[in-house]
Write a protein that binds this ligand. Structure first.
Ligand code: COA
Length: 265
């Protein structure tokens, strides 16, 4: 696997074939997110989204204990209301970049995913977790509420009732419960998590890229509008697929009983 420092202080970027992995690298504080790390994450996502060599992104945390244990509480504790609002807006806009980057982003939750870490995972399109990981929004226990999209995305993902329970209790969910409530897609033994995630990422990376982008767009946009509006978005994007060579190739390959040779255009 190749890697690239990319001038990042708090991230490691690894590449294998068409899959890029971003590792949040502040293990001394369980990969807690400060502003510098959040800004670097936004820069990395922008750059990997624009780079045609990469079809799928994975986000994980350094070390064996944590994915991301939240926003850096040492920094949070110093904020005045204006700074807190700015920090929330920065986190939200960075995580929006992930959701809207046009390529599947998979969270490999290798340990604690708390507060901003849970919100980071929620902004990814798909979540896989290691056995023993704990996920939650404990902000209420610090006298605040989630500020990086958690109150909005969690309710959309697992429903209002279950989200309210988690946000208001601040409880950590174990991986068994996380799968049961639809918070993570699947759980793997810790020592094979990255292998399983990479295998799944490779499968997605082999699919036609433009249809993949439209599928993500249809699902994401549809979460925020009425059913009728969502279906109109779907019909437009479905129609646009018919402007791609991959649509012609995919259907010809099926009819000719051969494997499709995707062009990515
Ligand atoms: N911000 C800043 N530092 C953090 C952090 C965070 N969100 N989460 C953990 N750390 C630091 C700890 O202060 C500690 O630093 P130290 O070694 O200098 O004392 C180090 O990471 C290890 O954490 P520690 O608490 O000793 O590990 P633990 O295994 O006993 O507990 C957690 C792990 C995740 C349960 C605990 O660290 C925790 O509750 N973290 C905060 C989670 C949170 O509230 N996140 C939401 C923030 S909005």
């Amino acid at each position: 696997m190749a890697s690239d420092s990319g001038g990042y202080e708090n991230l490691i970027i690894d590449f294998k074939d068409t899959v890029a992995t971003i590792t949040i690298n502040r293990p001394d504080v369980l990969n807690a997110l400060n502003a510098e790390t959040t800004l670097e994450l936004g820069r990395a996502v922008d750059s990997l989204a624009a780079d045609d060599r990469f079809h799928v992104l994975i986000i994980t945390g350094a070390g064996e204990q944590a994915f991301v244990a939240g926003a850096d509480i040492g920094v949070l504790a110093t904020y005045d209301p204006v700074e807190a609002r700015e920090a929330a807006r920065l986190g939200q806009s960075t995580f929006d970049k992930i959701e809207e980057c046009g390529k599947p982003v998979i969270a490999a939750i290798n340990g604690y995913a708390l507060g901003g870490g849970c919100e980071l995972a929620l902004a990814c399109h798909i979540r896989f977790a290691a056995e023993g990981a704990q996920i939650g929004l404990p902000e209420i226990n610090l006298g605040v509420i989630p500020g990086h999209g958690g109150t909005q995305r969690l309710a959309r993902l697992i429903g209002k009732s279950a989200a309210t329970e988690l946000i208001c209790s601040g409880a950590h969910v174990n991986t068994t419960d996380a799968v049961r409530i639809g918070l993570v897609n699947a759980v793997h033994p810790a020592d094979s998590l990255m292998e399983a995630v990479y295998k799944f990422a490779s499968k997605l990376a082999s699919k036609p890229r433009i249809a993949m982008r439209y599928a993500l767009e249809a699902v994401n946009q549809g979460m925020n509008v009425t059913l009728k509006e969502g279906q109109a978005i779907e019909a437009d994007l479905f129609g646009l697929c018919f402007a791609t060579e991959d649509q012609t190739e995919g259907m010809s390959a099926f009819l000719e009983k051969r494997k499709a040779n995707w062009k990515g255009r």
